[in-house]
Structures are given as C-alpha cells and as structure tokens.
Design a protein around this ligand. Structure first.
Ligand SMILES: *Cc1c(COP(=O)(O)O)cnc(C)c1O
Length: 361
C-alpha cells in the first residue's frame, strides 16, 4: 500500500494517524463488538462521541458559551438557503462576492429576500479581496456574508470586513481550524468538513444563541430550522454518525499537535515554502495578489496550457496527485490543508524545480 501526497481541494487529505486509528476500531468500537457505523445514534457510546467532539471543538476554537455548535448534513451548500431562511428577519442581507461559493450563496439568498452584493472581486477573476473598510452596508441588513477563504481562487480575508455593527456570517469551509479565530466577532461560522476536518457528509454551524429564533421565514423546512437542531442537540433525526466520529478524532489530533496556534505557524511555514518558490521561479507563477494569499489553497500557472497538463500528468506519476486547477482559473492548484505534511510540500516544490530545469525554454 502506497499513500500519495493528495493536494485535492476536497474531499481532501486526512491525518494518517486518524485513518489508522479508525481502521483499528472498524470492527469493534470500544469493546461494543460493533462498528461505529452500526451503533445507535441514541446510544451512550454515541453520546460520548458527539459530546467529546463538541467539547474538543469548543476547546480548540475557544467558543464562547453563548454560541451553539451544530453538526448537520447537506453540506455547505444547504446552508446557503438555511442562513437566509433563519436570519432574514427584515428580508435584507449584504453579500461580499469574492468567488464562486460566495456568488452561489448570494444567488440562493436572493430567493428569500433582498440580497445585495456590496463588494465584489469578479472584475479580476476573483484574484483579490476587495477593500472592506467602508462598505455600503444596508441600514436594515440582517447580516453581512463572506466566504472567508476562497477555495477555488486561493484568496483569504486577512482582516474581517467592517460590517458597521451588523452580524457577520462566514463560510469557513476551506480554512476551518487552520488558525485561531475570535468567534465572538461572528454571528455564524459554518463550513462543510470535507476540506480541512473530516469526511464529506457533515457541516458544522457555530451560531450565537440569539440568532436561533422561532420566527424564521414561513415554510422553512423543520430540518433547516436552527432551533429544531439546537433544541435536539443535533440529534433531531439520525445524524451522520460515522462522519462526526472521524471529526472528533481529527479534533483530538489537532489538540495533540498543539492546537490552532501551532497549526497556524505550521501552515504559514508550509505555504511560505510554496509561495517563495513561486516568487522566484521563471516558469511557475501564483495567480492572486500577494497580500490576499490563502494558506490553504495555492493556485499557480506556467502560462502555457500544454506545459500545465504535462506538469499535472508527471506530478501524478510521481505520487503528487490532484494538482489540476479549477476550470475557471486553469493551471494548477495545490491545497495544503492541516493534514498535508511539510514533507508533501517539500516534495512538490522539489518536483517543480526539477520540472522547470527539464523544460526550460
Ligand atoms: C467546497 C465548498 C463549498 C461547497 O461545499 P459542499 O459541502 O459540497 O456543499 C462551499 N463553500 C466553500 C468555501 C467550499 O470550499
């Protein structure tokens, strides 16, 4: 069995230690004689799994006690609807459109109320984060929405927008747990876990209690009402038991690595290896403005489509997989999430250096 270095944007690399531990428990979890996939979500065993997962996540992110943590399904995409349905009291919300995911969230919200795009970077293929220091925030906006790390384009908000007192809602799917955050600055933080935490099938919503309301938009499905899920402790119906179990193991792994401050410095070191190489290379170039560069997703191009395809093909043969860029940017993209070891990024830059030597014009 040979593991590769997997640079996929998602579903993405998971810590090998976690996968091994899960494998060792596959047939018999905790002496139960059953796999976690076979146990009841109403059992004491699962109570402990979800309880510890929540406690460890609260610990990692230092989540204040007036925030609820929900483990839900439907991916990040389902939250594009759930957020306006639950939060649009005035039926007005402001969106900052910094990529395809933010744009999709904005379009979805427009089904439920007046969704304004108050800033965008679409004019330059989303290659930067717009200035958000003095935005035309609507006086009656129920919230201001951002996608904090743009998975496809490789940009990240390094400072949060000035929302002029409105609640901030952030999709953090691709930067979840990559660095410490001040949860109290947000109304809602949410993300699908399949980028930086666990297996596809779980979305985590961290929401300030006063935003969990009964007076949601009419016809909001029971399942999409935060109050239903919060009152039931994420156990209103059958939750994604196995996915939550793996997330819990990743939280414990992150704590053992030293927590989010340690992850941040490690992520900065890994990203610097790649960005420094891109800045000095005559062949490979990063595609976004330097100050907005993501630590998690690094798109780059050679400027020559045939050379790009050859690179992706040869890299794959060398055990560096899923480097093909998103079709809207082209070229390559290396996603270097928490679980990507430094050795993987070193192998990638060494391979890029060799490729450049061999194919110099
Ligand atoms: C992948 C991704 C999504 C979509 O996630 P699903 O779980 O597939 O719905 C949304 N937002 C961001 C930032 C993403 O990276």
């Amino acid at each position: 069995m040979a593991r590769v270095y997997n640079f996929s944007a998602g579903p993405a690399v998971l810590p090998e230690e976690v996968l091994r531990e899960a494998a060792s428990e596959m047939l018999d979890y905790g002496g139960s004689g059953m796999s976690v996939m076979e146990i009841s979500h109403r059992s004491g065993l699962f109570d402990t799994i979800i309880g510890e997962a929540e406690a460890d996540l609260r610990d990692l992110m230092d989540i204040p006690s007036n925030y609820k943590v929900l483990f839900l399904q439907g991916g990040a995409y389902q939250q594009f609807a759930a957020i306006p349905m639950n939060l649009m009291k005035n039926r007005v919300a402001d969106y900052i459109v910094t990529g395809q995911w933010a744009k999709k969230a904005w379009k979805e919200a427009a089904k439920y109320g007046r969704a304004n795009c108050i800033a965008s970077s679409e004019d330059k293929t989303f290659s930067y984060i717009p200035d958000c220091s003095d935005l035309p925030v609507s006086p009656d906006a129920d919230y201001v929405y951002i996608c904090e790390n743009n998975t496809i384009y490789g940009t990240k908000f390094k400072t949060l927008p000035d929302t002029k007192g409105k609640d901030l809602v952030a999709d953090v799917s691709s930067c979840f747990l990559s660095e410490p955050v001040d949860v109290s600055r947000y109304g809602v933080i949410y993300g699908g876990v399949q980028k930086n935490i666990g297996p596809a099938g779980v979305v985590i919503v961290i929401i300030r209690e006063d935003l969990i309301r009964e007076d949601v938009l009419p016809q909001t499905p029971t399942m999409l009402t935060y109050k239903t899920q919060s009152d039931a402790g994420s156990l209103f119906n059958t939750p994604p038991v196995y996915g939550i179990y793996i997330c819990g193991k990743v939280f414990k792994w992150l704590k053992a690595q030293g927590g989010l401050a340690a992850m941040k410095s490690r992520n900065e070191e890994k990203a610097a290896l790649l960005y420094d190489f891109l800045d000095e290379s005559a062949m490979f170039h990063g595609t976004v403005v330097k100050r907005d560069r993501s630590l998690m997703n690094v798109p780059f191009v050679t400027g020559n489509k045939e050379l790009d395809s050859l690179f992706v093909k040869k890299a794959e043969a060398a055990g560096l997989v899923n480097l093909k860029g998103h079709r809207s940017v082209g070229g390559m993209r290396a996603s270097i999430y928490n679980a990507m070891p430094r050795a993987g990024v070193e192998a990638l830059t060494a391979f890029m250096r060799e490729f450049e030597e061999a194919h110099r014009a």
